[in-house]
Design a protein around this ligand. Sequence first.
Ligand SMILES: CC(=O)N[C@H](C=O)[C@@H](O)[C@H](O)[C@H](O)CO
Ligand SMILES: CC(=O)C(=O)O
Length: 309
Amino acid sequence: MSIMAPAADKKLTGLVAATFTPITSQGEINLSVIGPYIDYLKEKQGVNNVFVNGTTGESMSLSVEERKLLAEEWCRKAKGKMDQVIVHVGCLSLKDTQELAHHAAQIEADGIAVIAPSFFKPSSADVLRTFLQEVASTAPTLPFYYYHVPSVTGVNVNVRELIEGIEKVIPSFRGVKFSGSDLMDLGQCISYIPPHWSVLYGIDEQLLGALVMGVHGAVGSTYNYVGCHVNKLISAFETGDLVQARTIQFKIQELVSFAIKLGFDVGVNKQLMNELSGLDLGPPRLPVMTCPAARALAIKQKYDSIFPE
Ligand SMILES: CC(=O)N[C@H](C=O)[C@@H](O)[C@H](O)[C@H](O)CO
Ligand SMILES: CC(=O)C(=O)O
């Protein structure tokens, strides 16, 4: 009889939805939507992993207390339904980040991810590695992922350099959520890492390029509503049907480029998700602006024309 690996040691693969944070019209976090949100992702999108309190989840606009309540509810409701819940715990303050990492371990998250602090920025890969090490040591049993998103943080360290020998200082290190466009750095990470780590790509509109380079999965905001199509893209890629994989990728590019022309920020993205899913995730929190209804509807119409029922 084989011994089942504990959930925390499962390699992270496939699609991961970077979730929106449900907020009431009064501006408070709305935990009641999380259960139905998980059912929607699983049943309607075929997405079995979530990345919570990240960029899409507006984590930097939430208090530490709110992030704990959200992470706890995601873990509780996902139990038995999702394969993995990865909690993003990065903050500008090392102390807050450690507190959230420790909390994620207590609530039995499947892993944690940490973004580079971006007000005072780490001056080198070595400094960033030390920051990550200080966080990981407060939750040493949890699989740990570095979240590379230079377009948001302004911290553009070379990830291959960052992860050189990182398992010696972070034994729980399990991979990278790579939301950069440097495919050479991406490839060098993939060719360097051991087989039980994962590199997940985070620029949804160019996932196919990253699949060719060898990524093990993808984390993104659009998988909340195009997950079912991107699952087909991945299957087509895996069976060698590049024509079909490209056809789907081009459709997603058409949708995203249409949205970008209308100002595609988290507010617009969230309202689009409200329209497409029928869930009530509410508005974003300032400084992200509430999206005018007409704008999200125009993008929804585009979606309907690209992906007819
Ligand atoms: C900067 C940002 O939020 N990137 C997301 C994840 O990393 C992506 O999922 C994008 O939202 C998506 O690729 C659309 O541009
Ligand atoms: C896209 C992503 O991973 C995030 O929202 O954090």
